[in-house]
Design a protein around this ligand. Structure first.
Ligand code: MG
Length: 250
């Protein structure tokens, strides 16, 4: 079943992009909700920051906004509540509080199955590149220990490196550039609708792994080429995905 989906999804991508060949030479990988099960903490931290101000919000709102920049996230709620953007100093103070709340929740766990995904990519000589909107040092510092060899500099793009965050294609275009590959020579691995939009806008075959509470349809609606229900499910099929893509090479 999934095998058929993999083949079909690749053919659909090639048809849509009008490309004649494909190779899996690089994987551009999101961090929160893919490498770390950190989204519940992010959502909780945002909720604990915004709700006491009387701003109407739910934890699920923050899952849907995942990948968005600080400014964009805060302004969305300010506009909904007060009809204007948050002044920059207020925005910065709120973000500082969110980071404090996130830290207080303790370390997020590695996403189960993510180690296998990384190990299989490296075994196939696929260049792994981190592409995260996050600038939060907490998790970035853990990467070297948790995923050794996978994301050495310069193969690490964070919120500090880009002007426009996801859903802009900029972070993923930068990822392609760092890896030295074309769009049809890479895959994107994402869990959030805005991140999927960014991967698709960069022209890359975009794998969505649904590791949170949002419906899978939201990921298809964002343009995902294929959706897996969990990282272990993706890990069980990643060899097939890479091998099927590589049979489309010239
Ligand atoms: Mg994510």
């Amino acid at each position: 079943m999934v095998m058929t989906n993999i083949k079909k999804s690749i053919e659909r991508y090639m048809e849509r992009r009008g490309c004649r060949s494909m190779q899996c030479r690089a994987a551009l990988i999101d961090m929160d909700g893919v490498l770390y099960d950190s989204m519940p903490h992010h959502a909780e931290a945002w909720y604990r920051t915004m709700a006491p101000l009387g701003i109407a919000c739910t934890r699920e709102d923050f899952f849907l906004l995942e990948g968005s920049t600080r400014t964009r996230t805060i302004n969305m709620f300010f506009n909904r509540e007060y009809g204007h953007d948050a002044p920059e100093e207020v925005s910065l103070a709120l973000y500082e509080e969110k980071v404090r709340q996130f830290r207080a929740l303790g370390d997020a766990e590695r996403m189960p199955g993510a180690d296998v995904v990384i190990e299989r990519l490296l075994a196939h000589d696929v260049r792994t590149v981190l592409v995260t909107g996050s600038s939060q040092g907490t998790l970035l510092e853990l990467l070297d220990t948790d995923y050794p060899r996978a994301f050495n500099m310069p193969y690490r793009i964070t919120g500090e490196d880009v002007v426009h965050g996801k859903p802009s294609p900029e972070p993923y275009l930068m990822g392609l550039q760092r890896a030295g590959v074309e769009a049809h020579e890479a895959i994107v691995i994402e869990n959030a609708p805005l991140g999927v939009q960014a991967g698709v806008a960069a022209g890359v075959f975009t794998v969505a792994v649904n590791t949170g509470p949002i419906p899978a349809q939201a990921l298809y609606d964002a343009g995902a080429d294929i959706v897996f229900d969990s990282m272990p499910q993706f890990a069980a099929h990643i060899d097939e995905l890479i091998e099927t893509i590589n049979t489309k090479g010239v």
